[in-house]
Design a protein. Structure first.
Length: 201
């Protein structure tokens, strides 16, 4: 535990960064089963925003778990710490004026509530990428469901570990039935007004 910490104020603040960028900075959080479509949608929404000249960055499960969080496993405690660190990272990106898109299974409501609390509810947009286990298993993008069914991956979400559906997401996508193009359009419609410059008064 760190003690005797005194917060340092910076000369350039988030308001000035947002004004220079001419857009707001928020966290767009994609939650859902493995294979539901989180990475696909986060990446495509980033492409759209980037083309508009906005400052963006994507944080994605497999990439963060290969670096910053490579010491963590998929137990409930491992996931909790994974998501806490990602939320703290996203908070820094938001402060840096960057629109941050995060794609993590984040299966537990309590962990998602903690993320919202860390970044501030005014900065948090939750996208629930809803897909059935059956559809994800049929896609089996990375062959992980096959391995999990064979008992080769412990604590696999949807098979041997739980996924709690979000209680009140900002947007819900049904990727079993919806095309990628339609999902992207619906997300963009909701986030565009949220990314306009805020009134800091
Ligand atoms: N046991 C188990 N359960 C679920 N997923 C597993 C597991 N082991 C490895 N993987 C791979 O890790 C990716 C999910 O990591 P996350 O950091 O998003 O998970 S979590 O939010 O901490 O629950 C996940 O990526 P996505 O398929 O993009 O969701 C998998 O590639
Ligand atoms: N509406 C949709 N949104 C996102 N992905 C979709 C949709 N419909 C079908 N898919 C397909 O589902 C798969 C999702 O894979 P991926 O984005 O890697 O999932 P995740 O990041 O959640 O593990 C891709 O093959 C994608 O083409």
């Amino acid at each position: 535990m760190s003690t005797n910490i005194v917060k340092q104020d910076y000369n350039v603040n988030v308001k000035q960064r947002r004004e220079q960028n001419k857009h707001n900075s928020k966290l767009i959080w994609f939650t859902g089963l493995s294979g539901s479509g989180k990475s696909t949608l986060a990446n495509q929404v980033e492409v759209y925003l980037h083309k508009q000249g906005k400052k963006t960055y994507v944080l994605d499960g497999d990439n963060i778990r290969g670096g910053l969080n490579k010491d963590l496993d998929f137990t409930p405690e491992g996931r909790e710490e994974n998501l806490r660190r990602i939320a703290e990272t996203a908070k820094l990106f938001i402060d840096a004026g960057v629109i941050t898109l995060a794609a993590f299974i984040s299966p537990m409501q309590k962990d998602r509530d903690k993320i919202r609390e860390i970044v501030g509810k005014e900065n948090f947009i939750e996208v629930f990428v809803n897909a059935s286990v059956e559809a994800c298993e049929k896609r089996d993008v990375k062959g992980l469901y096959k391995k999990a069914r064979a008992g080769k991956i412990p604590n696999f979400t949807g098979i041997s570990a739980p996924y709690e559906k979000p209680e009140n997401p900002t947007i819900q996508i049904n990727s079993d039935f919806e095309s990628i193009e339609d999902s992207i359009k619906r997300i963009i419609k909701v986030i565009n007004p949220e990314l306009e410059l805020p009134n800091h008064e």
